[in-house]
Design a binder for this molecule. Sequence first.
Ligand SMILES: Cc1ncc(COP(=O)(O)O)c(C=O)c1O
Length: 382
Amino acid sequence: MSTQFQSTQSFAPADVIDFGAGHPGAALLPRTLMQAAAAQRLGEDDASLLQYGLEQGDGYFRHVLAGFLSRRYAVPVSMDGLFVTSGASQALDLICTLYTQPGDVVFVEEPTYFLALRIFADHRLRVRPIATDGSGLGIDALETALAEERPALLYTIPTHQNPAGFTLPLERRQRLVDLSMQHGFLIIADEVYHLLSYGEAPPAPLAAFAERGTVLGLGSFSKVLAPGLRLGWVQAAPQHMERLYTAGLLDSGGGLNPFTSALVRVVVGEGWQDSYLDMLHATYRRRITALHAALEEHLGGLAHYAVPDGGYFFWLRLPEHMDGETLAARAPTFKVGFRPGQRFSGQQGLRNYIRLSFAYYEDADLAEGARRLRALIESVYP
Ligand SMILES: Cc1ncc(COP(=O)(O)O)c(C=O)c1O
């Protein structure tokens, strides 16, 4: 059966190596594992997973999820502080619905996750990019912006950022939370890559500051199990929990994804999520080594980048005169794809950057893709 499909997240023809695909390839998806979870759960004499669910999310699921996160984050997570969502995107959309008005300002990192910008546009929010450096959000730049205006939200991807790969150090996390309390804005911490760390453990997630009341942490099974599950969570203080689960969406439709939650509860509860995650770590670590070697061979001296130690992405800075969109327009001829940097910019900048994902392809394809990229660049900028 064909594994190719069309969506904004994935659209490349089969003969193209599309470094733009920021999701796992078919061979990595946990089909047999979900089959076993479904057999076990649907074999039980209990049809509650097919009923409207509790607004905050299935309690058994939140219980095992809290245990899993407490272990993996190495900080305590309470099931009462978790709200089940249909993924980080849906959580972000709901938060915009509940906490913003059209015209409000949202601060984002420059660069930021390009599809979050789409959600902010849907809510008619004004986006203000805040400069980053190799360690993430620039706190001085943030303070300068705060002196001029107060945002409703600040959206950050603090760990293994998409696209730049950086991880915000603990000291900056603390300063960021202090500033949010001082200036009265909410931090939306999109932490979907936090559990994909292949080297040293990152600082505790920003969600660990949730009890301070200004942080809502977003997590997702999209990156650690499968995007098609559409399952994630918000971690937040009780006042936000109540705000989330009393939304009209939940009143009408009940808790989100009770069926999937019930299956994933088995996966987490049986320890399968842990072994699957360990396998992903080993796989992605290997792919980083493969792509790094290929980039050194084909783009050495041309592209500048930090080798990622988590997440999905290499973020390449090309020479100033090169333009990601121009390269992307010619890329199909060379049967290669990637995301031009400009799409991750809140101000039409970052033209000489491109983002490569190593999540979709095996080592040999990654190496071949790097070779094609070189040929493309040489052809456009001889
Ligand atoms: C930073 C970031 N947030 C959210 C998402 C989407 O998450 P979900 O599938 O849980 O909606 C992605 C996936 O590309 C991402 O990179």
